[in-house]
Design a protein around this ligand. Sequence first.
Ligand SMILES: [Zn+2]
Length: 414
Amino acid sequence: MRNQSLFHIRHRDTSAVARTGVLHTVHGEALTPAFVGVATRASIKAVEAEALRDIGLQIVISNTYHLHLRPGADTVAALGGLQNFGGWSGPTMTDSGGFQVFSLGASKEHGVGKVASIFPGTAASNEREVSSRRKAGGPSLVRLTEQGAQFRSVIDGSEHMFTPESVISIQRKLGADIILPLDECTSPLHDHSYTERAMHRTHRWARRGLAAFRVLEPDLSFPNPSQHLFGIVQGGAYRELREESARVIGDMGFDGFAIGGSLGRSKDDMLQVLDWTVPGLAEDLPRHLLGIGEIEDLFAAVRRGIDTFDCAAPTRLARNGTVFLKGEPRHRINLRNARYQTDERPIDETCDCFTCRHHSRAYLRHLCRAGEFSFYRLATIHNLRFLVRLMAEIRTAIEDDRFDALAAEWSALR
Ligand SMILES: [Zn+2]
């Protein structure tokens, strides 16, 4: 059953498919287009919930895989759900954990790092977090059947099984406002035939997830009885698969949509995937793009009608010393650079964040190089505030029908 009250479109830009809207949840509203902060383990790394409110962040996404393994959904439910447990009282999403189950299997086999790049082999920092605690070596961690995905915990090696039904049940206990069904994620390395089989399984799992969601809906013992389930569109970078997936998932009765899986091997591929997918989805329902957060990609996706994004990169980059600054190459600078050694200016003289109001580039560079924990917090605060302000600027431009002009301005500065 669709809950029509979740999303309202406020304005459509006359020059693009871009639109502004509002997500209405029982935990408050989020104005869209919006950047969704990545709080994998019910925490944005290094920044507590209270500071997120000062930053102006509207919505966060946590991860079912990680919270299932630790502390466990029953523990979170007993403590009143994610909002009560973590102190973030605003709107939340949870990712289904499918991406982590499959990425972890692949990453363990291929020995890649703790984050999965959306475009493997490129310098693009679009990524989804997998895990920061993996044991080296060993066989694949995931075994896939029609019933679900069996996997070993990255924490203690214990056996777990995710089914479309259990993933809904876990997310009912976690209590996020927007939840996602179990999907099988393919990589750009999978061929058409495998991607098609995986997509059809994802569609069958989506139906089972939706049925489980409806069965569990009246149960008021869960921390949040007003949850919304989004469908996930798969199909890799293959046109007819994306169109089929958008049509099939689009007709199932979900409250909104997430676009997941392989977005191809490059950003051009990603834009094509969006061009093939978005027109198949109901115009009046919200659309989320999983794992995208580079500034040029935010503009490109908003132009194609995407409402929300999440990406682990902006906060991970911050912890490594890379902070956003409009007009610099890729709109970012690295504070480790020697040129900031005696630079008394803030990161961004136009920024109103706590970090820019209180600290110089020189001091931040020192903290970064010294490995001080405070640096993680201060740099993350700036990068999140930068994205919050950018998304507000984008929303204003759409409402004034000058989205393309704003996109051109940011593009020209790069
Ligand atoms: Zn700042």
